[in-house]
Design a protein around this ligand. Structure first.
Ligand SMILES: NC(=O)c1ccc[n+]([C@@H]2O[C@H](COP(=O)([O-])OP(=O)(O)OC[C@H]3O[C@@H](n4cnc5c(N)ncnc54)[C@H](O)[C@@H]3O)[C@@H](O)[C@H]2O)c1
Length: 324
């Protein structure tokens, strides 16, 4: 990640939990794929990466929208598990028409699910990378609330505000439907942000990229290493769980009762949990966001899958204290 901002993932608890599998990994040339493919290989799995963009982690240059190709890959390689990370996502809205989002995110997901559930298919588990973005309505994005929104998997109604969120939600429904109709063990990971690029609103904040990303670990970000580890945890537990949808984010220190104060004066709330944060930030010339409008609660994945991100705000703060 930019600015050397990476988390350290311990593989304790992930190793030796599964026999080696043949894993079809979509989006293998992307930010997540380039972290996840080596992790899967290090755990003994054979990885078949598919992505339209070539890279050392991509064995097959092609698209999930090509149903014939996907079916052939699944059967020819005896694929035991699919991890579907490939997608057109938020930044692609500037470069791709909405039809492409439907073709890749909806039809592409359907192609994978169809190959996974066809009679005689070797696929026994499926992990789908989704996004917390589909839980953010236009109203929330516009900052229309006077308190921070506490967001867990029970949030309703889901009213995604753009084609990215709409197609990701449609893909989630296809996943659920295939689990219900065919019993395919399937886990959906609604991942919070882990992109390495600068936020497109950074210029409004007068903060460095690393300052902003560290702040976000409090409520809406995780490292790419943790995102990869979450996919392995989901792969490991899919058969046991059957079907589940989980938010994946660094664990927040906040509680529901903080939501009013977070919107009014976020630095004061952060200081209650981390009294040491202000002197560290002052030495670095960093600032906290004045207001926080949402909190992603990743408690369910911890309770049900035993997965917790390794890197959180406290861990980053401890690292910063060592270098200043
Ligand atoms: N980066 C984030 O902050 C973030 C946050 C939430 C969810 N996600 C999700 O995580 C997943 C991976 O995102 P990323 O950050 O690695 O993005 P990325 O853009 O770096 O990687 C996505 C990959 O998908 C590939 N892809 C595009 N069209 C495809 C197709 N037709 N068939 C197969 N692959 C295709 C791209 O070429 C790219 O390599 C995506 O599903 C995204 O929606 C990302």
């Amino acid at each position: 990640m930019a600015s050397g901002f990476t988390g350290v993932v311990s593989l304790t608890g992930l190793l030796n939990t599964l026999d080696p599998m043949n894993v079809l990994l979509t989006g293998s040339s992307g930010w997540l794929g380039r972290s996840l493919a080596p992790l899967l290989r290090s755990l003994g799995h054979q990885v078949v990466g598919v992505d339209p963009v070539p890279s050392p982690d991509t064995e097959v240059t092609g698209s999930v929208a090509d149903g014939k190709l996907i079916r052939q890959l699944v059967f020819d390689h005896g694929i035991d598990a699919i991890i579907h990370g490939g997608a057109l996502h938020q930044p692609n809205m500037a470069t791709h028409p909405v039809d492409d989002f439907v073709a890749v995110n909806v039809q592409g997901t359907l192609n994978l699910l169809s190959a996974a559930t066809e009679a005689g298919s070797p696929v026994r588990r499926f992990v789908h990378t989704s996004t917390t973005s589909l839980m953010i309505s236009a109203e929330l994005r516009a900052g229309s609330f006077d308190h921070a929104l506490w967001i867990d998997e029970d949030l309703q109604p889901l009213q995604p505000r753009n084609i990215y969120g709409v197609t990701k939600l449609a893909a989630e429904h296809l996943c659920r439907m295939h689990h219900e109709q065919f019993g395919l063990p399937l886990i959906v990971l609604r991942t919070a942000r882990f992109f390495p690029e600068e936020d497109d609103r950074l210029h409004l904040m007068d903060q460095s990229d690393r300052n902003a990303k560290t702040n976000e670990l409090l409520y809406r970000r995780l490292t790419v290493d943790d995102a990869s580890a979450a996919h392995v945890a989901a792969l490991n537990r899919a058969e046991e769980v059957g079907h589940g949808t989980y938010i994946v984010c660094a664990p927040t220190p906040f509680r529901r009762e903080d939501c009013d104060a977070l919107m009014r004066d976020a630095p004061a709330v952060v200081e209650r949990y981390f009294p040491e944060y202000r002197p560290i930030y002052e030495k670095l010339g960093w600032t906290m966001f004045p207001s926080i409008d949402r909190v992603y609660d990743a408690g369910r994945i911890e309770r049900e899958l035993g997965f917790r991100c390794r890197t959180d705000f406290g861990a980053e703060l401890a690292q910063l204290a060592n270098i200043i």
